[in-house]
Design a protein around this ligand. Structure first.
Ligand code: PEP
Length: 245
């Protein structure tokens, strides 16, 4: 399947900084590339490099109405978002999003035709306790419960070990391979067409380690935080995903 590289700008950027960054982006052939930007910049990104897909970083679980401060999936669709990140570990840890909320957000996105990039992953303590697949299974179960096994195959998953995000310390290739295979097996056991689910890796992917991570057969792309803010690095990562190193 075509790999997907999605940049997560997080709460960074300005009109001027975004313009400069976008000038340095050219989507290589053989890979799908998306940028998930803060809500106010969805308008600016209506003008963007050819082939670059648009995404957001969060979405309301509600459809519309009296939910001050929320942004609906229909609004994201209105601005041409193909993707939305849901359940990022920063939202789980800092904004109290639990597995059920993440499931409902994924459902809201799907209902509006926006593909959720559902983030799952363990903390270092959970890894040390040998509970990696138990935690990920619990996170995935909440999503499959609301979407059903059939719709689950249209979701993008991102394995993001919490300890690897923004830490400069990527997971080892062998750890990534083991967890991605574990997720695929878990999905299969739930009756999901697991072979068609894109499973991205995220957590300190950099220009220097991208090729090694994308060489893992179970890795279908990457979710890139810090390095997506540097055009040169992001492009190197995208080329690695395209197989053009
Ligand atoms: C992320 O925010 O999803 C992420 C993977 O961040 P970083 O690449 O900076 O570790």
């Amino acid at each position: 399947m075509t790999r997907l590289v999605a940049g997560n700008w997080k709460m960074n950027g300005s009109l001027a900084a975004n313009s400069a960054l976008l000038e340095g982006l050219a989507v290589p052939v053989g890979v799908e590339v998306a940028v998930c930007v803060p809500f106010p910049y969805l308008a600016q990104l209506q003008q963007r490099p050819a082939g670059l897909a648009l995404g957001a970083q969060d979405v309301s679980e509600f459809e519309s109405g009296a939910y001050t401060g929320e942004v609906s999936a229909a609004m994201l669709a209105d601005f041409g978002c193909r993707y939305v990140i849901v359940g990022h570990s920063e939202r789980r840890a800092l904004f109290g999003e639990d597995d059920e909320v993440v499931g409902r957000k994924a459902r809201a996105a799907m209902a509006a035709g926006v593909v959720p990039i559902v983030c799952v992953g363990e903390t270092l303590t959970e890894r040390d306790e040998g509970r990696v697949m138990q935690v990920i299974g619990r996170q995935l179960e909440a999503v499959i419960k609301v979407l059903g096994a059939q719709a689950m195959s249209a979701v993008v998953l991102a394995y993001e070990p919490v300890w690897a995000i923004g830490s400069g310390r990527s997971a080892e290739v062998a750890q990534v391979a083991e967890v991605h295979a574990g997720i695929r097996e878990w999905l299969r056991r739930q009756g999901v067409a697991a072979g068609s689910v894109r499973i991205l890796y995220g957590g300190s992917v950099k220009a220097e380690n991208a090729a090694a991570l994308f060489a893992v057969p179970e890795v279908d792309g990457g979710l890139i935080g810090g390095a997506s803010l540097v055009a040169r690095d992001f492009m190197t990562i995208c080329r690695a995903a395209a197989g053009v190193v």
